[in-house]
Design a protein around this ligand. Structure first.
Ligand code: S3P
Length: 195
């Protein structure tokens, strides 16, 4: 499936109904790179929630997990999510766990059009390691075999990601191709020039 909305149709939205475009999905599903491509096509500013968290905490995400634990990270993530979703006309790339939180999910579904970028575990594994088995391990994948951890975590999370307004399968697609599918769903009025 590529770019099928829940309504099963590309032309069911008017672009003036889109307040924010919010990208959710597992780590390395392409949220940041698709966000950049969408920002180029629409002219809408892009906000990366993880960058905002790092800015507010004054340290990298791995240090927040190490120094204060996941709960503290999730608390900052909730504050950031509320603040950025209350903007208008933004392309928002959420962190991989953000939509799993009930409060964040409600906020995103109310204040934006939410796209789940899906990817198979092997695709995610290849992207996170970038072909380098010694690449730094992200906090949520630490401890054990990363492919096994990705498969388990994705199995838990996939039913929750399915609450997004739309889903786009990203395996084998470039960020530009995924952005193109999203623009087809939103309608061409969302782009700088109709294309
Ligand atoms: C997380 C995903 C990360 C980051 C944090 C937790 C998760 O974001 O927010 O490490 O729980 O899946 P990306 O999806 O941008 O890697």
């Amino acid at each position: 499936m590529v770019g099928l909305s829940h309504a099963g149709c590309f032309d069911d939205m008017r672009s003036d109904e889109v307040r924010n475009i919010i990208l959710v999905g597992f780590m390395a599903s392409g949220k940041s790179s698709v966000g950049r491509a969408l920002s180029r096509r629409t002219g809408w500013p892009r906000i990366d929630a993880d960058d905002e968290i790092v800015y507010r905490a004054g340290k990298p995400i791995s240090d927040i997990f190490r120094d204060s634990g996941e709960d503290a990270f999730r608390q900052i993530e909730r504050e950031v999510t509320t603040d950025i979703c209350n903007e208008t006309g933004r392309i928002i790339a959420a962190g991989g766990g953000s939509f799993i939180d009930e409060q964040n999910r409600k906020t995103m579904l109310e204040l934006g059009t939410v796209f789940y970028l899906s990817a198979r575990p092997d695709t995610i594994h290849r992207r996170v390691t970038r072909g380098n088995p010694n690449a730094p391990v992200r906090p949520m994948l630490a401890g054990g075999d990363p492919l096994k951890r990705i498969t388990e975590l994705l199995k838990q999370r996939a039913p929750v990601y399915a609450n997004a307004h739309h889903a786009v399968e990203t395996d084998g697609l470039s960020p530009e191709q995924v952005a193109h599918e999203i623009i087809k769903i939103c309608g061409p009025g969302i782009t700088k020039q109709s294309n």
